[in-house]
Design a protein around this ligand. Structure first.
Ligand SMILES: [Zn+2]
Ligand SMILES: [Zn+2]
Length: 185
């Protein structure tokens, strides 16, 4: 899929929304927890960055419902096949634990989302909009995003970057406080 270039119409600063691509996970006591992130602007990195996204409560609740439902269905079968599918059972319980841990985490830390590049909380969600760009195939088209370049005041314009990536991403691991655990940027 193509990425989107974000270019300031005043100073020419150029960023990209591809910074949120990749494989991000929290690790807590050996448990892997999904890390939801969104495009943000970090005042300390002075750049577009992936930032933690805690506005995912509704999705988590419905995922938890789904996981519980799957376990419920399987529980009925346990009576008959109690020795079968032990691995699947453990996977389901682990998935449920991870969802509940994620729900707890976003509840505790809401309002303290971090930049996933440098760990700073001086990060703001990109609230611009370039969804109108999807209808254009040409890279020459640019649309206003409504997002102003912090400290500069210019407006970011969005255009499609025609390069397509087929990357395999190494997992990036974070503590539940949003700090990087590995060091391989
Ligand atoms: Zn600028
Ligand atoms: Zn940063």
């Amino acid at each position: 899929m193509p990425s989107t270039d974000l270019i300031c119409d005043k100073c020419g600063f150029q960023g990209s929304d591809d910074v949120v691509w990749g494989d991000f996970r929290y690790i807590k006591d050996g448990l892997e927890i999904d890390l939801s992130r969104t495009l943000g602007w970090c005042a300390d990195c002075s750049d577009f960055v992936p930032m933690e996204d805690f506005a995912v409560k509704d999705k988590l609740l419905s995922d938890i419902d789904e996981a519980l439902e799957a376990i419920k269905v399987r529980t009925k079968r346990w009576a008959l096949f109690s020795l079968l599918n032990r691995k699947d059972r453990l996977d389901e319980l682990e998935r449920l634990s991870a969802l509940i841990a994620q729900l707890a985490l976003i509840g505790e830390r809401k309002g303290c989302e971090r930049c996933l590049q440098c760990g700073s909380v001086n990060v703001e969600r990109f609230d611009g909009d370039y969804s109108g760009l999807a209808q254009y195939a040409s890279k020459e088209t640019t649309v206003n995003t409504g997002f102003l370049h912090p400290g500069c005041g210019g407006e970011f314009m969005a255009s499609i970057n025609p390069m397509r990536f087929h990357c395999i991403f190494e997992p990036r691991l974070f503590s539940v406080n949003g700090h990087r655990l590995d060091h391989q940027i």
